[in-house]
Design a protein around this ligand. Structure first.
Ligand code: S3P
Length: 173
């Protein structure tokens, strides 16, 4: 079984994924870390040196590669992964794969991302909370139709990471 965590940047895909992997005794893989390892470059540098289109191609390539590995694995994908190529269809149609959308409100995401924007090339340049809120609001509007196709939805608002992990595990098993 592969459990794929999807959701916007800073929705907790990696931190919840690590906790869930520990709880279920599954392996944990973060798609961005996997790409950085294989490409020998950080995501920020890939965007800067090779461009977003190259990043999206590699993201889809490595997603396909990981989906073929039939292992007990929690896979945290990037915020954009479900929204490019045929990635969401692949995730939904793959055998032995469950998808979970970690859903967060706009104010929650904007506040978190003001603190955690440095390594995220799409938002690193945004300076004020107001501008961040506006950017994420528009971006979420475009991305929501992809995220909402996930089989399981869990809200992260007002919950700590252990509570979210418990809720994801209960909904899946
Ligand atoms: C992106 C999200 C990032 C990373 C890249 C692009 C996006 O992953 O893949 O910066 O398009 O939302 P996280 O969601 O883990 O921050």
């Amino acid at each position: 079984m592969i459990i794929i965590l999807i959701g916007y940047m800073a929705s907790g895909k990696s931190s919840i994924g690590k906790r869930l992997a520990k709880k279920l005794n599954y392996k944990f893989v973060d798609l961005d870390d996997y790409i950085e390892d294989k490409e020998n470059l950080s995501v920020s540098k890939i965007f800067k040196k090779k461009g977003e289109v190259y990043f999206r191609k590699q993201e889809s390539h490595y997603l396909k590669k990981l989906l073929k590995k039939d292992k007990n694995m929690i896979l945290a994908v990037g915020g954009g992964t479900p929204c490019y190529s045929d990635n969401m269809t692949l995730i939904l149609e793959a055998d032995e794969v469950k998808s979970v959308y970690l859903k967060a409100s706009l104010p929650n995401l904007a506040n978190k991302l003001m603190e955690k924007k440095a390594k995220r090339p799409l938002i690193a340049h945004i300076e004020t909370l107001e501008a961040m809120t506006e950017f994420i609001g528009k971006h979420l509007f475009e991305r929501m139709p992809f995220y909402e196709q996930a089989e399981t939805h869990v809200s992260i608002d007002g919950k700590d990471k252990d509570e979210v992990t418990k809720e994801v595990a209960e909904k899946l098993l």
